[in-house]
Design a protein around this ligand. Sequence first.
Ligand code: G3P
Length: 225
Amino acid sequence: MVVGMQLFIDSANISEIQQVAALGIISGVTTNPSLLAKEDPSTPVEKIIASIHEIVGGHISVEVVSTDTEGMIREAEEILSWLPEATIKIPMTAAGLSAVYELSRREIPTNVTLVFSPTQALAAANAGARYVSIFLGRLDDIGQDGVGVLRQVMEIWDVQGLEAEIIAASIRHPMHIVEAARAGAPIATVPYKVLMQSLKHPLTDAGLEAFLRDAAKWHKQSVTA
Ligand code: G3P
């Protein structure tokens, strides 16, 4: 049973996803067109998505690339034809909100992406989004406070009792994970490199080295005794 903030991996790379899934620390995967563009272009996207789903099993967000509502809905239908469990990732635009509204009417889960402000988050929730992705790193990149925006959103969610699940996205370093958890975000989607960094501590490495050195001493003694 998962308690507390869930971790998703923000990646479309099978090897990265396999490694992290084997650790038992992730319960979902988010992809986007830029992540998919890094993968082997000879493998069809639907094959990559199917393999990811086979490995992790839980949440998987797949993004549409149309900019008009009808196109987004058509793409959502196509994605769901190859993976009925998919959550459809829709950009935070007027056309995107209409698509979210229509898809939620059909009870299809959506993840509204590229959300940078509390008002955008509220609109996404009102349109019927199941998930709302707040981009921390990209706000920091332009000199704004990504964590501050996430905190505001979480406060509004708390006060208003909103149900859409907030995903802390565009995570760039382990402190973003810490701050997302402190803010009460139910999910953080984290790139492979940052997930692995977040597991490391120099005192863990030094401590283990000392334990193994000492274990070798008593192991030698018990063999010679
Ligand atoms: O998947 C959406 C988001 O996490 C992208 O992150 O690092 O490209 O801003 P980044």
